[in-house]
Design a protein around this ligand. Structure first.
Ligand code: SF4
Length: 203
């Protein structure tokens, strides 16, 4: 797709997402403010689970404590946060804040909500056509690799439909997993892969 067409399609898709009320209409208590950022020329797409409250307030994906941890990992691979945000693409499986689940943190979007939002992610992928996808957390990883445990996913690079998939754990939702010594080794392996891919893609 020519670059101008991709940029125009992405602008139209963003406008459509901002108007979307599908989850509210279906009775889910989301905050209708889709959160995403990035450009049609991005070669890397980060896909999280859903925005949190911080992101919904600021309008920037991965803008809270989880984002600081994620960008610390990306920084270890050689990426600079401001440049990454300006030149790559960041989105989520569901684009709107799902709300709290009691006192235990944010609610995980239901399978039905994920289905409602799935066409938007499919169109982002089609328009941006990233070479490398970084799904962050179990829900995002399952979107690309099916049901697979973090032990099987993190530290590896998968090839699906000519796209490279490099899974990362959720920076705030996988604390128990991240605290194990063997998990730190897997995360380190993922960062080494990411550093190598950044250099080979000249990003
Ligand atoms: S989460 Fe997705 S489908 Fe649901 S209201 Fe937001 S943009 Fe629409």
């Amino acid at each position: 797709m020519p670059r101008g067409d991709r940029e125009a399609k992405l602008v139209a898709l963003h406008a459509e997402m901002r108007r979307c009320r599908r989850c509210l209409d279906a009775g889910y208590p989301i905050t209708p403010r889709p959160i995403f950022s990035g450009v049609a020329t991005a070669r890397i797409m980060v896909v999280g689970q859903a925005p949190g409250l911080n992101e919904t307030r600021t309008g920037r994906p991965f803008d809270g404590p989880a984002g600081r941890r994620l960008f610390a990992w990306l920084g270890q691979a050689g990426f600079v946060e401001d440049e990454f945000r300006r030149t790559q693409y960041i989105t989520a499986v569901t684009k709107c804040y799902p709300g709290k689940k009691g006192a235990r943190g944010d609610r995980v979007p239901t399978a039905a909500e994920r289905r409602l939002c799935a066409p938007f992610l499919a169109r982002e992928l089609e328009i941006v056509a990233p070479k490398l996808i970084i799904p962050v957390g179990r829900i995002a990883i399952s979107r690309f690799l099916g049901e697979i445990g973090l032990d099987e996913a993190v530290g590896k690079v998968f090839n699906r439909d000519d796209r490279l998939i490099l899974p990362l754990p959720h920076p705030s939702g996988a604390n128990l997993w991240l605290n194990r010594p063997e998990s730190k080794d897997l995360l380190h392996a993922a960062i080494i892969h990411l550093r190598r891919l950044r250099k080979s893609m000249s990003v």
